[in-house]
Design a protein around this ligand. Structure first.
Ligand code: E4P
Length: 214
């Protein structure tokens, strides 16, 4: 399973990269705005740190605009994945960019037919947003399961990128449901290696060693 970090913060990206488990990065306009930096410059900086897929989202909502922005973004680095919304114009832009050999990530996916359509259009990644569905009392994990089954039924190579992950349980459930990738905020990634019994056990081992060996 691939693990991406969901942030535009360079410090967090460097720390996750240094852990040796980072496969890629997702950003979105909100995350880059939060950093208060230039949009393209920040994407370029991220691509210098991480060699795996880096998703850069378009701002346009019309087909022509998305195509233009997507082509520009693809020039930034060879690992850019153009992030497009799951709309009719988005699916058209996905088809055109995919045909040109540019990888795409179809974002804001909230129902299985959006995932089916973008797979038909050649998307490299589809991003179902689990947390935002949970927020409105729907089970985000059901969507992961439905997309997994549809893609397996027909052999679509589009990767399921579980997004809007809020806590470690989301990650466990995504891994069990067969998501290909999860994109996770750094504060949640850090929790993946934590368990109180690990801390207690380590403390006891070190105390016993010290008592006997000084
Ligand atoms: C994914 O690409 C998005 O950036 C992200 O996962 C959205 O998460 P949120 O719902 O916590 O904002």
């Amino acid at each position: 399973m691939d693990l991406y970090i969901d942030t535009a913060n360079l410090d967090e990206i460097k720390q996750a990269h240094d852990m040796g488990i980072l496969d890629g990065v997702t950003t979105n306009p909100s995350l880059i705005a939060k950093e208060g930096v230039d949009y393209t410059k920040r994407i370029t900086e991220i691509c210098e740190i991480v060699k795996g897929p880096v998703s850069s989202e378009v701002i346009s909502t019309d087909y022509e605009g998305m195509l233009k922005e997507g082509r520009e973004a693809a020039k930034i680095a060879s690992n850019i994945v153009v992030k497009l919304p799951c709309t009719i114009d988005g699916v058209k832009a996905c088809k055109a960019l995919s045909d040109e050999g540019t990888k795409t990530n179809l974002t804001l996916c909230f129902q299985p037919l959006q995932a089916l359509m973008v797979a038909k259009a050649g998307a490299f990644l589809v991003s179902p947003f689990i947390g935002r569905l949970d927020d409105i009392s729907q089970d985000g994990m059901d969507l992961i399961g439905q997309i997994r089954q549809i893609y397996d039924n027909y052999g679509y190579p589009t990767k399921i990128l579980a997004a809007s992950i809020r806590h470690p349980k989301h990650m466990v459930d995504c891994a069990l449901a067969g998501a290909d990738v999860a994109t996770v905020p750094f504060n949640v990634i850090k929790q993946f290696m934590s368990h109180p019994l690990t801390d207690i056990g380590l403390e006891k081992f070190l105390a016993d060693y010290k008592k006997q060996f000084g």
